[in-house]
Design a protein around this ligand. Structure first.
Ligand code: RFL
Ligand code: PHB
Length: 388
């Protein structure tokens, strides 16, 4: 089998890249280890920057987003006794859109079906060969049978645990990692959001976030020790703890109900450089992970895909300059978003191993933010997304 581009991983990065390439007349195949149902059952990000929304429209998958996505002009930060409304629209002229990653993925699959672009599910033991040569190929097993794809370029969109990054020799790879000493316990419930905007709450008991997917579906998170498992938390215990961490008026209005999903995710910052080795290009979580506090994971995957798709399109027209600058261009944005996610995490969580000094620094930071238009503008500018 031969395809111009072989995309490893059928998460949002791989699927979006495939749609964009096909629209430009480039033939790409996606290899995904799991089933489509499995991929669509994953509950993840919910906040889309304008850049990602525009890219989805450009990919021809913006219709449902424009109907069902909720535009949020601001967010509420309730921390250390302060209640700070960050007016994205007033401070930056931009907003974010609430639309679940699951829905983005569903729309991308529908579009790939419509245009007849191949996605191979159940691809096991994927291996990349000759990425540093002019004739790379990928092998895998499907239903017990060995298969091979010859291609011009390979896009490694297979997430943090994928094979693509590991294919780059260790001597070439430089990895930067910061692991946080806690995780987020998240639940999805068929309840009304507690507030029209997202609420980021910093409390001495730990961080909490009230998010949503639509007016009848809420997504809430609590900072928990890394040792906690979802089954350690009953729904009642979750709601009780969330109430304790919210400002009293919001806690009083909190609608509770049974959880329909519950999971714990560890928090880490991770960046692997470079994002290119020969004809292999990494995009999304395969190259970097951010803690979810700044809602940047999915959005960074999208900016990588934007840079990579335009570089592969330029290559077909005989121009390799964008492929050559891909890694540096993508990483420059990745580092800035990682800094923002790290700083938001640092400002709002309880760090169990650090003493009262950090707590006072956090209080000073939120106190400053509450009274500073410059501080709020800086936060808003990063939250709505730095330019691509
Ligand atoms: P994905 O979504 O991880 O997709 C990678 C795909 O590659 C497949 N795969 C392989 N396929 C073939 N062969 C292999 N060897 C393979 N290994 C893996 C996987 O099955 C999968 O389908 O990466 P992508 O496309 O780069 O997208 C990135 C986003 O998914 C990610 O940044 C965000 O979801 C991060 N993230 C969150 N971001 C937010 O902004 N807000 C959130 O609330 C939020 N919650 C989360 C998250 C990430 C999580 N992960 C990865 C553990 C919650 C979780 C649990
Ligand atoms: C979510 O809705 O899942 C969500 C929103 C904002 C974040 C992280 C997750 O910062």
């Amino acid at each position: 089998m031969r395809h111009q581009v072989c995309i490893i991983g059928g998460g949002p990065a791989g699927l979006l890249l495939s749609v964009l390439l096909h629209r430009a007349g480039i033939d790409a195949v996606v290899l995904e280890r799991k089933s489509r149902d499995y991929v669509l059952a994953r509950i993840r990000a919910g906040v889309l920057e304008q850049g990602l929304c525009d890219l989805l429209r450009q990919a021809g998958v913006g219709t449902r987003l424009d109907h069902e996505g909720q535009v949020h002009d601001g967010t509420l930060i309730a921390a250390h006794g302060q209640r700070i409304h960050i007016d994205f629209r007033g401070l930056t002229g931009k907003a974010v859109t609430i639309y679940g990653q699951t829905e983005v993925t569903r729309d991308l699959y529908a579009e790939l079906d419509r245009i007849g672009a191949p996605v191979i599910h159940g691809a096991e033991e994927v291996q990349i060969h000759g990425a540093d040569t002019d004739a790379p190929h990928v092998t895998f097993r499907q239903g017990g049978q060995g298969r091979r794809i010859d291609c011009g370029h390979i896009a490694g969109c297979d997430g943090f645990h994928g094979v693509s990054r590991q294919t780059i020799p260790a001597a070439i790879r430089q990895e930067y990692e910061h692991v946080y000493p806690f995780g987020w316990l998240g639940i999805l419930s068929e309840t009304a959001p507690v507030h029209p905007e997202l609420v980021y709450a910093g409390h001495e008991r730990g961080f909490a976030l009230c998010s949503m997917r639509n007016p009848h579906l809420s997504r809430h998170y609590l900072q928990v020790p890394l040792t906690d498992r979802p089954e350690d938390w009953t729904d009642d215990a979750f709601w009780d703890e969330l109430r304790r961490r919210l400002p009293p008026d919001l806690a009083d209005g909190l609608e509770t109900g049974p959880s329909i999903e519950k999971s714990v995710a560890p928090l880490r910052s991770f960046i692997s450089e470079p994002m290119r080795w020969g004809r292999l290009f990494l995009a999304g979580d395969a190259a970097h992970i951010v803690p979810p506090t700044g809602a940047k994971g999915l959005n960074l995957a999208a900016s990588d895909v934007h840079y990579l798709s335009r570089a592969l399109i330029a290559h077909r027209q005989g121009d390799d300059s964008l492929l050559d600058s891909y890694s540096a261009t993508a990483l420059a944005r990745v580092w800035k978003a990682s800094r923002f996610s790290w700083q938001m995490t640092r400002m709002l969580h309880r760090f169990p191993d650090e003493g009262p000094f950090l707590a006072r620094m956090q209080a000073a930071e939120t106190g400053w933010l509450a009274g500073s238009r410059a501080g709020q503008t800086a936060l808003a500018e990063n939250y709505v997304g730095l330019p691509w």
